[in-house]
Design a protein around this ligand. Sequence first.
Ligand SMILES: *[C@@H]1O[C@H](CO)[C@@H](O)[C@H](O)[C@H]1NC(C)=O
Ligand SMILES: *[C@@H]1O[C@H](CO)[C@@H](O)[C@H](O)[C@H]1NC(C)=O
Ligand SMILES: *[C@@H]1O[C@H](CO)[C@@H](O)[C@H](O)[C@H]1NC(C)=O
Ligand SMILES: *[C@@H]1O[C@H](CO)[C@@H](O)[C@H](O)[C@H]1NC(C)=O
Ligand SMILES: *[C@@H]1O[C@H](CO)[C@@H](O)[C@H](O)[C@H]1NC(C)=O
Ligand SMILES: *[C@@H]1O[C@H](CO)[C@@H](O)[C@H](O)[C@H]1NC(C)=O
Ligand SMILES: *[C@@H]1O[C@H](CO)[C@@H](O)[C@H](O)[C@H]1NC(C)=O
Ligand SMILES: *[C@@H]1O[C@H](CO)[C@@H](O)[C@H](O)[C@H]1NC(C)=O
Ligand SMILES: [Cu+2]
Length: 672
Amino acid sequence: MALRCCMLLLKLQVCIAALQILIANGLEAELAIKSEFMSLDCVDRMVLSINGKVPGPTLRVQPGELVQITVHNMMPSQSVSIHFHGQYQNNTPWQDGAATFSGCPIPAQTSWTYSFHANPTPGTYQYHSHVGGTSVGGVGGVLVIEGAVSEATAAIDGEHVLHLFDWWHAPQEEILTGLMSTQFRWPGDPQSVLINGRGSFDCDSNAMYTCNITAGASCSDSKGPIAPANLRPWYRPEYQPPQCDASACPDIEVFEVSMNGTYLLRLIGATSLSFLNVAVEGHNLTIVETDGHPAAPLEVSSVDLNSGQRLGVLLQANQQPGTYVIRVQIRGRSGVRFAHALLRYTGSPNVTVDPLGVQIPQPAWHDNNFTFQQQNALRGTQSLPVPPNKQVVRRFEIVNTQERLGGKNSNGKPSVDSIQAAIGLGSERPENNCDSAGNTRLLRWFLGRRTFFHSATPVLSKLYFNQGVDELTEDNSYYQVEVGKVYDIVVQNYPACNGVCETHSFHLHGMPFWVLGTFRGEFNGSAEQVAAFNLVDPPMRDSIMTPSEGVDNKPAVRAGCGYVVIRFKPIGPGAWPFHCHQLLHAAPMGSIVVFHTGPEGLPPPPSNLLVCGGMNLQTIMNRLKDNKDNKDSNTTNTTRKDGKLVSDARQMTYLLSLCLLLLPYFIQGWPV
Ligand SMILES: *[C@@H]1O[C@H](CO)[C@@H](O)[C@H](O)[C@H]1NC(C)=O
Ligand SMILES: *[C@@H]1O[C@H](CO)[C@@H](O)[C@H](O)[C@H]1NC(C)=O
Ligand SMILES: *[C@@H]1O[C@H](CO)[C@@H](O)[C@H](O)[C@H]1NC(C)=O
Ligand SMILES: *[C@@H]1O[C@H](CO)[C@@H](O)[C@H](O)[C@H]1NC(C)=O
Ligand SMILES: *[C@@H]1O[C@H](CO)[C@@H](O)[C@H](O)[C@H]1NC(C)=O
Ligand SMILES: *[C@@H]1O[C@H](CO)[C@@H](O)[C@H](O)[C@H]1NC(C)=O
Ligand SMILES: *[C@@H]1O[C@H](CO)[C@@H](O)[C@H](O)[C@H]1NC(C)=O
Ligand SMILES: *[C@@H]1O[C@H](CO)[C@@H](O)[C@H](O)[C@H]1NC(C)=O
Ligand SMILES: [Cu+2]
């Protein structure tokens, strides 16, 4: 009886779940991407806006819901794409929006519709362009899958979204061009941090740009002497802000809370380079969500958040009613910048606050122990148990180095199977490749001693249309994996050419991963190091930091300076980049590898497939002919034609009638 009851419940649940996914109306949205002039931080410059705003609209969807987003690229000459960061794209790998990996970029003056089902569980996500530097120019926004991510968030009184972005006054094309030149030009640290697109650049700082003193400190602004140019990390004479107008500053963002209420703050790390720390005056924060996954509540005084990462944090409005300062501070680099917003208890007096005058305890820019400890203190809640060691079929050991490129795409003896082998001995070691040879060698980031160059033909098209599949080799940083199998990655940090062990944030497309731990030093695979992995309650994320090491982030010796271990299990077929989410390190500088599931089992492309690179009508026709010959075109109709789902409605009707038809059996049990 109990068994039958269970079976009944199970059947009904399956039925209802299937129906919920299909009945949902789905989200249809249009994103019009334009270049226009705007003042986001008191400085007027060209920005890339979505529907007239930076960031674009917050998209809210139900778990598993159909999402159809039409992108209108209205920019005069720049192509674009939208990557739905953290969405699994289970069986829709063509919708990942990662140009050169999952598809072609959307050309200027063209529209294209993305279509996929949102992840099945609630959480905080983001979307952004994934072509060159377009996201650096402002193309991004927040994606929320609604519902309670964990028990802790089931009874909140409200929520606020904080999209955190870093901002340069130089246009993104100039920044990327500088990074991709043999005469390397570093754009300097960003001029501002923006909270929901609002920042405040101190116009007084213009003196920092115009004062041309390379040594000595006889330059002043209204507050007194300013540092000489060589000590100002953001100083670039060629990047003088065109106009700084204090009267054009956007209003500071104000978040209202009610006394004694509990609020969920969705913090979105949307930066292109910066590593951030977020704190609220007089209030602790309790982390309850990491990148869309439930986390065991962790109370902290401030949170670290790197590019690509999201955190759901709870704030208890349990202090004296009033107005409190929210501070977002850049860490990890000496060019510290701030952004501010206000937390106002409803009904408290409308006072003006000077945010800079408020003391808030936050770690110093070089306090890498804080990052290390906080990252290791996070715990998952085992919603998806971590697969055991014995299921791991391959451990990728990837050292992240900065070097000048000598050969085609590699230096030393590349390896992703042994950190020690990849670092090498004597002259093979990465630090021996820091000479620009008279500005003739590109400065690049290398993973496993290989730097990544984008493929003209998207990787998925190569696989599906059998176009240059032989180029997808490990020598070119493509690694084949299988759906449902288990893999580990050790990402080993290493000092850059200037000796600094930078903090990086790595993001994996197409699936989440378990974070087995963050460790100091160099990985050598010893039993002791492997035994230290957390296989009990690792948090799940899709973006993870390799923290810095050493005093002022400069380790005493050139050797591995900290590593993070993650475990992943591909959910669906596709071409899934794993890359540094400091975008300035990725697209223009090569900090990318690709995990792909091979040509077998890929769903067919949508019929609105864009063509680029080596793709042409002939390559497509060849494949269609193959299909016919192999009679393997018996795919289900869950893919869409011309941007419209043709059969979800039909399937829904079938399922509904099936559920109704079987209802009596569910209730009475099967006739025996
Ligand atoms: C700054 O001064 C140096 C040395 O006097 C000069 O070469 C350079 O052109 C100046 N830069 C600007 C932006 O004026
Ligand atoms: C808030 O909670 C405190 C302590 O429980 C209580 O004394 C106070 O009346 C509450 N204030 C409001 C506005 O609910
Ligand atoms: C914040 O947490 C710290 C301990 O982590 C505690 O000492 C402090 O009192 C807390 N502050 C508030 C406002 O709850
Ligand atoms: C608060 O005061 C400022 C300046 O006095 C005013 O511009 C703003 O509208 C006021 N806000 C509210 C919510 O009353
Ligand atoms: C960081 O932690 C290490 C090891 O525990 C310690 O030696 C070092 O002094 C710490 N650094 C700071 C800045 O606290
Ligand atoms: C591996 O590194 C650890 C330090 O983390 C060290 O104690 C151990 O001796 C090393 N083992 C090998 C085999 O090199
Ligand atoms: C398509 O049909 C072939 C032959 O009947 C079968 O082997 C294959 O598994 C089918 N593929 C799908 C996706 O159903
Ligand atoms: C898919 O849809 C097309 C067009 O509606 C139809 O011709 C085809 O038979 C369908 N295929 C399957 C497997 O249902
Ligand atoms: Cu990086």
